[in-house]
Each structure stands twice: as C-alpha cells, then as structure tokens.
Design a protein around this ligand. Sequence first.
Ligand SMILES: [Zn+2]
Ligand SMILES: [Zn+2]
Length: 149
Amino acid sequence: MIYNKSVAFDKKVTSMTEHFHLQEFVCKCGNCTTQRLNIELPLALEDLRTLIKRPIEINSAFRCPMWNKTQGGKSDSEHLEGEAVDCYVKGMDGIELAKAAWEAGFRRIGVAKNWCHLGVRRISNGVNYKVWTYEDVKIDWVKKELGLK
Ligand SMILES: [Zn+2]
Ligand SMILES: [Zn+2]
C-alpha cells in the first residue's frame, strides 16, 4: 500500500485504524479547520502498536504553520504535513520506544528521554534513515543502541 502524499481532511471525520482515531492527529491550536495527514503515519503506528502491544500516546501530530512556530518546530517540520507524531508509551523510555519503532519500520526517529518523534516522510538522496536526539540524550549512544554505525 503506497500513499506518499499528505491529504487535507475535515476534522469531523473520525474513522482511522484499529487503535487510532483521527482526532489524535489534529492540530492542537484549536483554530485551524483544515488538517493534513499522511495516511502512512497511522498505518506505521498501527504496526508499532502491534509490535509493542501497548497503547501509544500522541502528544503532537499535525501542526499548522502558526502552531508549529509556537511549538518551536522547524520550518520544514514533518508535523506541517501530518507526517510525524511526538509520542510516548507508558513504561517505556525513549530509547526503548525508538528501538521498537526502528523494528516496526520507522526511519525518521528523534529520541528524547521519555518520548520519540516518529516520522514517515520519504528520505531521498540515498540516505536511508535520519536519527537525532532531544534533551541531553547522546546521539552516539542512540545509534549504537539501534545498531547503526
Ligand atoms: Zn492549527
Ligand atoms: Zn516531532
């Protein structure tokens, strides 16, 4: 199943995958009416959910440009296209979640102490993953834990 374009949707629509509601992916600014979501995102999260067998709590998914700015997001953030979530799982720290996400197929992973940014944007130019960290998590340690060079 290949869906690599984000689509605009009305936030009143609620049907999604087995464990995810569309409402979990909408912008939290409270003002925007048009949302964007790359359908690969809930599908990939569903794969992760199946792997870890625990609920995934989404703190942030789609962000309109105004809200992205407010939240300190980058101007080319995956959140602007509904291509990423910032999420956590109770009982798992950031690195545990990152390892599971990697195993489930995520290749754009930002690792914090207790949460991760998980994105599905296509990576081009021969690069097959992008991993980074937040807070004082050490990137070398994360790469080692994920089995990357
Ligand atoms: Zn918004
Ligand atoms: Zn993020």
